[in-house]
Design a protein around this ligand. Structure first.
Ligand code: TEU
Ligand code: CA
Length: 529
């Protein structure tokens, strides 16, 4: 199976560029900083880096409001810095995946400035303009993902424009062929510069209901949830025509060879898997966020793994995500001990893993003082802001953890003096060492990267167990989600070697008949013979 395409075998590492490495002392990470840290990523053992947006932007949503799809914001550097980053990454056999944000532009994009100028402007139909409702109010009940109305009335023409996110992020009209062509040109611009693929932002939002019908209310929405959850997004997103749009992007990538198209999609499994498209013509990897959304219990996790595997279309390649810049840190959600179980899960399940910078150090929740809040969502809906998962990378014990010579744009975690790469890299018991061993093991073992997957049927309370196999090799993963010791029977007549444990010092031990798991312990076992 050595010929398998790289994005099936490989592991993706998400870099949030503002927070990775600052090189010019302004407290914000930059492209040169990423280049400087490529040796770390190679040492860690990942195969690709996905970089969140660095395009010219007013930064209303920290770069997810793009004012020029074919440039680099001076805050992050220059196109020359980008070319150097790609060359240096490729020299280390690291792939580079860009974050493409086609659903909306910045309000400052020249396209929008033209579009809003008059109803007759040739670019009027590049965005979504509607007349007010008869009472002068918004055209329908659609809500912004960041709270409040998704429609803003523009005085110049008296019409409303639609924005699924901030009012500074007007949605583009993907039903317009001219928009598609302009966006395809932007994709080609980066493909020509050597990028290996794209993670496409909110790809499931690109097409909206042609009749702009009201979204129905969501009876399951609980108090305290973000306002967006009050309605089910059946008309404002997830329209069947979107698969065609995605297939169109795939056709742009195709002549460039092995490039990957990843789609960011927050939908239940049955809808998510439709994004592979008819005959796998749409997304290569529709992001699977189940691990971020499922209660952290062995049974619940086993059930989603089973449901997801069963729902995949023939030939559809699975993937798993453990964290991103929009969701609370995994260690904050499940605790430090279980964050190690999560690491094993991410890197031994079947499918391409995506890990988020800092999770390999066990980053937890970082409390942000009120006067340091950056995320506009926190201002709109307090408690939902995403700053706590966007704090600077912690490299060493020096001031600002080696991230910057200046005060960082977001505060560092108070534990940065002890939780950093330099302090953890040689510690055999650290979570960083666990991640590195897992990443290297996954590279060595076809069973883990491209092997088959099978759930172990006999269930032990709090334990999730499964097998991966390729050729003669069988690997069994046994994970204790609980805080009690568990004895887990192993199949008769076989001996097993511990390849790796969440707990240091157990590797290479032999087992037969039974695995004794400490509280919160996970084991990766190799069958002998
Ligand atoms: O996120 C889309 C998205 O669905 C999230 O906003 C999600 O609703 C929320 O964060 C809860 O998890 C993408 C980007 O990842 C995000 O950073 C951007 O703010 C957003 O799109 C708009 O571009
Ligand atoms: Ca900088």
């Amino acid at each position: 199976m050595a010929e398998t395409v790289w994005w099936k075998r490989g592991t993706v590492y998400q870099v949030y560029p503002r927070s990775f490495q600052d090189t010019n002392g302004d407290g914000v990470g930059d492209l040169k900083g990423i280049t400087q840290r490529l040796d770390y990523l190679a040492w860690l053992g990942v195969d690709a880096l996905w970089i969140s947006p660095f395009y010219p932007s007013p930064m209303a949503d920290f770069g997810y409001d793009v004012a020029d799809y074919c440039g680099v914001d001076p805050l992050f550097g220059t196109l020359a810095d980008f070319d150097e980053l790609v060359a240096e990454a490729h020299r280390r056999r690291l792939k580079v995946i860009l974050d493409f944000v086609p659903n909306h532009s910045s309000i400052a994009h020249p396209w929008f400035e033209e579009s809003r100028a008059s109803r007759e402007n040739p670019k009027r139909d590049w965005y979504i303009w509607r007349d007010p409702a008869p009472d002068g109010g918004p055209p329908n009940n659609w809500i912004s993902n960041f709270g409040g109305l998704a429609w803003t009335r523009d005085e110049a023409t008296g019409q409303y424009y639609y924005h699924a996110f901030l009012r500074e992020q007007p949605d583009l009209n993907w039903r317009n062929p001219a928009v598609r062509e302009a966006m395809h040109e932007a994709l080609r611009f980066w493909l020509e510069r050597g990028v290996d693929g794209f993670r496409v932002d909110v790809i499931w939002h690109l097409i909206k209901d042609e009749g702009f019908r009201d979204n129905p209310e969501n009876p399951a929405c609980l108090p305290g949830e973000p306002e967006i959850n009050r309605f089910v997004q059946v008309h404002s997103a997830d329209q069947p025509e979107v698969l065609d749009v995605i297939a169109g992007m795939r056709r742009v990538l195709a002549p460039y060879g092995e490039r990957v198209l990843i789609g960011e999609i927050y939908l239940p499994i049955d809808r998510l898997v439709t994004y592979y498209g008819p005959d796998l013509s749409a997304a290569d990897l529709p992001f699977n966020f189940q691990l971020l959304q499922t209660p952290w219990q062995a049974d619940a996790i086993a059930a989603v793994v089973e449901a997801y595997e069963a729902a995949l279309p023939p030939g559809g390649w699975p993937n798993w995500v453990l964290g991103n810049h929009d969701r609370p840190r995994i260690a904050a959600r499940v605790g430090e001990a279980q964050a190690r179980i999560a690491a094993i899960l991410l890197l031994t399940l079947r499918g391409t893993p995506t890990l988020y910078y800092g999770d390999e150090l066990g980053f937890g929740h970082v409390a942000i003082p009120a006067d340091r809040v950056q995320d506009p969502w926190e201002h709109n809906e307090p408690g939902h802001g995403r700053d706590p998962e966007r704090t600077p990378m912690q490299w060493d014990g020096s001031p600002n953890a080696g991230f910057s010579e200046a005060e960082p744009w977001l505060p560092l975690s108070p534990d940065a003096v002890s939780r950093n790469v330099e302090a953890l890299c040689d510690d055999p018991g650290s979570i960083l060492t666990l991640y590195r061993h897992l990443l290297h093991l996954r590279r060595e073992q076809d069973a883990l990267s491209v092997g088959s997957f099978r759930l172990v049927e006999d269930r032990i309370e709090d334990v999730f167990a499964y097998e991966r196999a390729a050729g003669e090799v069988t690997i069994r993963v046994v994970l204790n989600f609980g805080a009690e010791e568990r004895a887990v029977p192993l199949p008769e007549g076989r001996r097993w070697t511990i390849l790796l444990s969440t707990h240091a010092g157990r590797a290479r031990t032999k087992l037969s008949r039974q695995a004794e798991l400490a509280a919160n312990e996970g084991l990766v076992l190799l069958a002998e013979g």
